[in-house]
Design a binder for this molecule. Structure first.
Ligand SMILES: Nc1nc2c(c(=O)[nH]1)N[C@H]1C(S)=C(S)[C@@H](COP(=O)(O)OP(=O)(O)OC[C@H]3O[C@@H](n4cnc5c(=O)[nH]c(N)nc54)[C@H](O)[C@@H]3O)O[C@H]1N2
Ligand SMILES: Nc1nc2c(c(=O)[nH]1)N[C@H]1C(S)=C(S)[C@@H](COP(=O)(O)OP(=O)(O)OC[C@H]3O[C@@H](n4cnc5c(=O)[nH]c(N)nc54)[C@H](O)[C@@H]3O)O[C@H]1N2
Ligand SMILES: [Mo]
Length: 780
């Protein structure tokens, strides 16, 4: 499938006809007919299923087609006509499939039957469900040290399956519940409670209609949450300034044509999204935000000295916050030169942003992985909150902090108990409900689970969805470790690389997807999920199962638990499996404040909102106030300076044609790339300074001092509009370059947007020939 790369700068808007074509391409590849009953109509509707792509909220009054290009691709991916049958697995050994690209693995289609790994033939073979559950239960019981088993989950899993999965781990004897969110918004979950006393965003969809200033930091809405572009388009059309900080000029944040507006599609009309676009250096946001705060404080000083209206909300600061004086003192001491050097921007950028902000009365701070996946990620998110607090922008309509979550239920899983931190659980309720003593010792998060894997301290791994081995840092080092585990179990829909790294005993258990009808003794079942704005929605499958052998995630978790644990009459696994509303009732008993009348409320249009004290200016922090948090310092770039002038900062990116490790195709339309994902985006100045040329094939080499060598060959240079000193390349191809010890301080979210690397030419002699290659030079 790999072809040579083409780069042709994309001149169109996001959305528009390009979006329609891209969707048609994937429907064709997955064998899904374009005509006939369109199941997409039922996506994000009260009587249908919640999108399996991102976590952007679903409005109470949905559009006729409440889905986007990438949400539709995710659905097409699940309802594919391709099938990975036992015959398919008989034809291909694990060793052979390990050489396939991620795209080709998932193209095999939906796995149709439970499979057990057979060491002798190096193949997966069909097994009965009963035998699979019995053997998995026996293996788990056999593991004496209960701390050596890890229960991973990926953020797509429903509240119902997540709740019983978390309980299973605790009844088994540990809190080892790492989650995809550990690689994602864990930084948010650590930063926001310290600042404002809630672990999640404070904005709801309705705030977009009331805000008058939007900050947009490090999130790529055009590819990763395209339905959000509607909210941004409306805001922009109302004249709301949208101020973007991003090292790359992302098309979705520049211009948008609404593919659902016949008028815009016909007239090729487009809406500008960002009113200011600042190409900050990767990791430079802490300095940039500091610069904006500093400028704003100076404006306030001047206004007050001249007898004018103050710029800051001093009354809010006095009544509601703590730490203001220390913070202001620190701001005043930071030099402009340092802020400019660390952010890669000039102070005129800070001034432009601060001036717009000064004139606003309801501002929102939106952000994504560009802030969370850095070593100073926690402090950076807290600095964005500081900026909002300066003008009282938390707990006011149209204002607030808005982390854009990733997987469609990553936030809900946390709400119902997927966490390695026992202090976040209502332990008394669990004791009372299930008559057991929940383990009190902190469990392993993702980074810690990988460290234990590397140290050969793990015996078992259960994965509820996801592609752990491919999503984590340091793949080169971890890949060989999986074989040493006693047991690996993957509860899954499609084949991926993690499945090809089996333990001594290994099972693949294929489950129903969210689009599929889940019929139990009590009738068809519903599930529920929580979106980025803390609204909890019901979801019902609408399609027949991809194979008659598939079971639901709820059933698979319950049956493994029953095969493993001693019977406990207080834990109704069978009733839970038969009727999921009984799980929701149990969730309601564990979390009565949030989940009362759960079964009814999840069908309210737009979902039901969970209470967020910070929205009402009730601060559940240690100080009882919203806290200005002063960072330790601004040293994000110190490591690069120590390495020397050749050092570059690698940002790992998603294309427009992927969902995390799932690769839908080889086109990244908005960045003008097609044919291959093995590219590295570089500033032309860096290309020339390092004696390289556009189109050269290079090796990326990680610069770290932990004693391990990491390099990845075969990337073609694309001269691109990216700041000097930064390079970009796609994830997961770059994950072997990310050291496991390189993570955000405080949250241990891998710092995937700031890997220090150098670049080496693969074949220097080829360079002259390549100078006139097919690669279209820079879009810069
Ligand atoms: N179609 C699709 N949708 C998805 C996903 C997908 O893979 N495909 N993944 C889902 C998941 S799990 C998640 S977490 C989200 C991820 O969605 P995003 O948060 O958008 O994540 P990324 O695409 O990794 O990159 C974020 C953006 O940050 C910018 N950036 C990188 N470094 C910096 C920096 O230092 N500062 C600033 N200001 N910006 C920076 C990049 O240029 C990019 O535009 O999307 C979810 N939705
Ligand atoms: N370098 C780098 N690394 C990163 C990131 C980055 O930006 N850069 N981003 C990180 C982030 S934000 C995240 S969230 C993680 C993603 O980590 P994961 O969530 O573990 O990975 P995914 O690629 O989303 O998982 C895809 C697999 O999920 C399974 N699956 C899909 N649908 C279902 C279903 O309905 N049920 C079940 N049981 N299984 C299903 C399929 O087998 C599919 O192959 O990666 C992280 N890793
Ligand atoms: Mo994520």
């Amino acid at each position: 499938m790999l072809q040579s790369v083409k780069h042709k700068p994309y001149r169109g808007p996001s959305g528009g006809w390009g979006s329609v074509k891209s969707l048609a391409d994937i429907l064709r590849r997955e064998g899904v007919p374009l005509s006939g009953p369109l199941i997409l109509e039922r996506q994000n509707k009260a009587d249908g299923f919640q999108c399996i792509s991102c976590a952007w909220p679903k409005p109470a009054k949905p559009l006729p087609f409440e889905f986007c290009e990438n949400g539709a691709k995710a659905t097409a991916w699940e309802i594919t006509t391709h099938r990975a049958t036992p015959e398919f697995f008989a034809r291909h050994s694990v060793e052979k499939m390990l050489t396939w690209a991620d795209y080709d693995l998932e193209q095999a289609g939906r796995i149709t039957e439970p499979l057990r790994y057979d060491q002798d033939s190096d193949r997966y073979v069909a097994v009965s469900w009963t035998d699979a559950f019995t053997e998995i239960g026996r293996q788990l019981k056999d593991i004496e040290d209960r701390k050596k088993v890890v229960f991973y989950s990926s953020g797509r899993t429903s509240n119902e399956a997540s709740y019983i999965y978390g309980l299973f781990a605790r009844l088994f004897g540990n809190n080892n519940l790492p989650d995809s969110s550990n690689m994602c918004h864990e930084t948010t979950s650590v930063a926001l409670p310290e600042s404002i006393g809630v672990p999640v965003g404070t904005t709801i969809l309705e705030d977009f209609a009331k805000c008058d200033c939007l900050f947009f930091f490090g999130q790529n809405a055009g590819s990763n949450s395209p339905r959000m572009l509607h909210a941004l388009e409306e805001a922009s059309q109302r004249g709301v300034p949208i101020i973007t900080y991003n090292p790359l000029r992302e098309r979705g944040l520049e211009r948008f044509t609404n593919p659902q507006s016949p008028m815009e599609m016909l007239t090729l009309d487009e809406t500008r999204i960002s009113s200011q676009y600042h190409q900050v250096k990767a990791g430079g946001d802490l300095a940039a935000l500091t610069g904006i705060c500093k400028w704003l404080v100076n404006m306030d000083d001047e206004a007050r000295a001249g007898g004018g209206r103050p710029i800051l909300d001093h009354e809010f600061i006095k009544i509601h916050t703590h730490g203001f004086e220390t913070f202001i003192q620190w701001l005043r001491n930071e030099s402009w030169e340092n802020l400019e050097r660390e952010s890669g921007l000039t102070r005129s950028a800070f001034a432009a942003t601060a001036t717009v902000y000064a004139n606003s009365s309801a501002a929102m701070g939106i952000y994504g992985m560009g802030l969370t996946q850095h070593r100073a990620g926690v402090e950076t998110v807290q600095m964005l909150v500081n900026l909002l607090l300066l003008k009282g922008n938390i707990g006011r309509e149209g204002a607030g902090i808005c982390p854009v979550r990733g997987h469609s239920n990553v936030q809900g899983q946390r709400t119902v108990g997927i966490t390695e931190k026992p202090e976040l659980l209502p332990l008394d309720n669990l004791r009372k409900q299930y008559g057991f003593e929940p383990p009190q010792e902190k469990g392993l998060n993702t980074v810690e689970a990988v460290e234990e894997l590397l140290a050969e301290n793990l015996a078992g791994f259960i994965g509820l969805g996801g592609n752990f081995a491919r999503a984590i840092p340091d793949q080169g080092r971890t890949d060989p470790c999986w074989r040493k585990l006693q047991l690996t179990v993957h509860i899954t829909t499609k084949l991926n690389r993690s499945h090809l790294l089996p333990g001594r005993v290994s099972y693949l258990l294929p489950v129903l997807g969210r689009t599929e009808i889940d019929k139990r003794a009590s009738g068809p079942q519903a599930l529920s999920m929580e979106d980025s704005t803390s609204c909890i929605h019901g979801s019902r499958g609408v399609r027949p199962a991809a194979s008659r052998h598939l079971r639901s995630e709820v059933e698979v978790v319950a049956r493994i638990a029953m095969a493993t644990l001693d019977p406990n009459p207080k834990v109704p696994w069978k009733a839970w499996m038969a009727d999921y509303s009984t799980i929701r009732r149990s969730i309601g008993e564990t979390y009565p404040e949030t989940f009362y009348d759960y079964d009814q409320r999840m069908w309210e249009p737009g979902g039901f909102h969970r209470s967020l004290p910070a929205r009402e200016r009730k601060w559940k922090t240690k100080t009882g106030k919203a806290n200005f948090i002063t960072p330790k310092g601004l040293e994000e770039d110190k490591d690069l300076r120590e390495i020397g002038p050749d050092a570059l900062r690698l940002i790992t990116l998603r294309s427009n044609d992927q969902f995390n490790t799932t690769i839908y195709g080889y086109s990244d339309r908005f960045r003008g790339i097609s044919g291959s994902r093995m590219v590295v985006f570089m500033n032309r100045e860096d290309v020339e300074r390092l004696g390289l040329s556009g189109g050269d094939e290079v090796t990326l080499v990680t610069q770290s001092n932990d004693g391990h060598h990491r390099e990845a060959p075969g990337f073609k240079i694309i001269p691109y509009g990216i700041p000097v000193g930064c390079v970009g390349a796609y994830y997961p191809e770059t994950n072997l370059l990310l050291p496991i010890g390189h993570y955000a301080e405080g949250s241990k979210t891998p710092a995937a947007k700031s890997i220090p690397v150098t670049i080496r030419s693969m074949a220097p002699t080829m360079r002259i020939e390549r100078a006139a290659s097919d690669i279209n030079p820079s879009s810069a």
